[in-house]
Write a protein that binds this ligand. Structure first.
Ligand SMILES: C[S@@+](CC[C@H](N)C(=O)[O-])C[C@H]1O[C@@H](n2cnc3c(N)ncnc32)[C@H](O)[C@@H]1O
Length: 281
């Protein structure tokens, strides 16, 4: 999201305060945030990814790469938000694991009424974005609890969003069930799926940088993927009538994903891919 038209001042202070970091925002001509560059170029993007970029600290080449990577992530998020807002105009939306609040404020800008929840406290970034954009997105300070499979939310939403979160959870099917229980109309998913119609769940080994060490089996926090076949079967069993694959566009970040050489990525290459799915009731 390009915040330049909305920020008369305060961009540098917001960046310094770390109000925005993981998601792709342009704060000023010289300050951008977002994880996309680390996804593409860090040795292991899970280990201390760089998230806030100042032009003065970058070579021209690096600044261009940062700009392109985060532009692609923004393009994808914005296209997904456009799709949801067009299908469910004026509806309600909850983003599970909302991080800085890109989806909730983006949904509000498109005429929806939105909230987000996250394990981390994002109160300040929501206040900052709402203040700058004139939106009223709510932050719910709760997380999904894999130990009890509980999503402590006592209201229902037309659309729930789950982007880049199932990959960190040990119990993806329980998570889907919990999200379904608070969803009136549709779930938007973005992340990796295993490309088969067989019903498969697979995990990488627990990654020490991703979350606190949890007791077996709740420590499986990395690269959790279910297959497309499992998505379709889970959706059917949860009362969704169709699973719509939102066609990826050449402007999206996935165009630049590539195998990282040995181990995980080569294991996944050709087996798994990132997809955007809409499960519709
Ligand atoms: C990879 S980021 C994805 C953020 C956002 N959904 C996106 O796509 O830009 C993962 C986010 O999930 C949050 N998170 C991790 N485990 C969670 C849980 N059990 N419940 C709620 N949020 C969680 C983290 O705090 C982080 O903000």
């Amino acid at each position: 999201m390009d915040l330049r038209p909305y920020l008369a001042s305060g961009a540098a202070e917001a960046a310094t305060a770390g109000l925005l970091d993981y998601q792709p925002f342009i704060l000023s001509d010289d300050i951008q945030t977002g994880v996309a560059h680390s996804w593409l170029f860090a040795d292991d993007p899970r280990v201390a990814p760089k998230l806030v970029f100042r032009r003065q600290d970058c070579t021209l080449e690096r600044w261009q790469a940062v700009t392109d990577a985060n532009r692609r992530l923004r393009a994808m998020y914005d296209d997904l938000l456009d799709e949801v807002a067009a299908r469910f105009p004026g509806g309600t939306l909850l983003d599970i694991a909302c991080n800085n609040g890109y989806f909730p404020v983006g949904a509000e800008l498109r005429g929806m009424k939105a909230a987000g929840l996250d394990l981390g406290d994002r109160t300040d970034s929501f206040a900052f974005l709402n203040g700058a954009l004139g939106t009223k997105a709510r932050f719910l300070p709760v997380g999904y609890d894999s130990g009890s499979h509980a999503l402590p939310v006592d209201e229902k939403f037309d659309v729930t969003v789950m982007t880049a979160i199932m990959c960190h959870l040990p119990d993806p099917l329980h998570f889907l069930a919990a999200a379904s229980a608070i969803t009136n109309k549709a779930i938007l998913f973005w992340g990796q799926v295993v490309n088969t119609d067989s019903t498969i769940v697979c995990y990488s080994k627990p990654h020490p940088n991703l979350s606190y060490p949890a007791e077996f089996p709740n420590g499986f926090n990395d690269n959790t993927r279910i297959s497309l076949g499992m998505f379709k079967e889970a959706a059917r069993l949860l009362g969704f009538s169709e699973v719509v694959k939102i066609a990826p566009r050449p402007t999206w970040i996935m165009e630049l994903f590539r195998p990282r050489g040995v181990d995980l990525e080569s294991e996944l290459n050709g087996i798994s891919s990132h997809v955007a799915l809409l499960l519709v009731r």
